[in-house]
Design a protein around this ligand. Structure first.
Ligand code: AP5
Length: 214
């Protein structure tokens, strides 16, 4: 399976991806995580990407597309992958189709969430400084406050998760990523999920959908 998870910032794409990748044998490819790793490594790409990410804006297509297409061409992705946070613009969607011409995207899941939910989810998010796992101070707290359940490292608040940047990120989603949702809808490739519900309720639906595709 080659899946694309779409949705506004804070819709829960990463949370739901983490719940299915092992079971369905998929590699979780999250462009935000890949970019944050580049920033942390102070690579050439990371240095270029940082200013855009810190401002809540999209990193230019050429930088992201080459990073993503190289990642999905790696051997571990041959048995299937789940894209989280890509594509986010029409040119990215078109480039992805070109890169996957022999093994196209199987399905896109669109996590539809109301604006009221988004601010609370993003500002309450805490992320593992080591493995990138996401928690929420009330909806999905770690077992020990401030400590990652998965790897035991410290949880932090992402630089772009400040309330003042959420509006900017939402506006970009409406301006650019909504067109990607329409692109896949026009190809009858989208299943829309009501993401205003609890993590568990959404997870049950996602599992059902993926079992139907496997
Ligand atoms: P990225 O890391 O992709 O951020 P995003 O799309 O803004 O998505 P989020 O990670 O904020 O949300 P999510 O949907 O994964 O939510 P999560 O599951 O964590 O991108 C960051 C930046 O990198 C971008 O701004 C851009 O600069 C750059 N970038 C990345 N990809 C790019 C691309 N393709 N092109 C250009 N630039 C790119 O959940 C959020 C919180 O809510 C968590 O705390 C979670 O515990 C909680 N939660 C989840 N589900 C629920 C629920 N059902 N109920 C209550 N709480 C919930």
């Amino acid at each position: 399976m080659r899946l694309v998870f779409l949705g506004a910032p804070g819709a829960g794409k990463g949370t739901q991806a983490a719940k299915v990748v092992d079971e369905f044998g998929l590699v979780h490819v999250a462009t935000g995580d890949l970019l944050r790793a580049e920033v942390a490594a102070k690579s050439e790409l990371g240095v270029k990407a940082r200013a855009f990410m810190d401002a809540g804006r999209l990193v230019p297509d050429d930088l992201v597309v080459s990073m993503l297409t190289a990642r999905v061409a790696e051997d571990d992705c041959k048995s299937g992958f789940l894209l989280d946070g890509f594509p986010r613009t029409l040119p990215q969607a078109e480039e992805l189709d070109r890169a996957l011409v022999d093994h196209p995207v199987t399905r896109s899941l669109f996590f539809e969430v109301s604006d009221e939910q988004i601010v609370g989810r993003i500002t309450g998010r805490r992320t593992c400084s080591e493995c990138g796992a996401a928690y929420h101070v009330s909806a999905h707290p770690p077992k020990v406050e401030g400590v990652c359940d998965r790897c035991g490292k410290a949880l932090i608040q992402r630089q772009d998760d400040r309330e003042e940047l959420v509006k900017e990120r939402l506006a970009i989603f409406r301006d650019q990523t909504s067109a990607v949702v329409r692109y896949y809808k026009d190809k009858n490739m989208v299943t829309t999920i009501d993401a205003d519900r609890s993590v568990e309720a959404i997870s049950v639906e996602v599992h059902e959908i993926l079992r139907g595709l496997a």
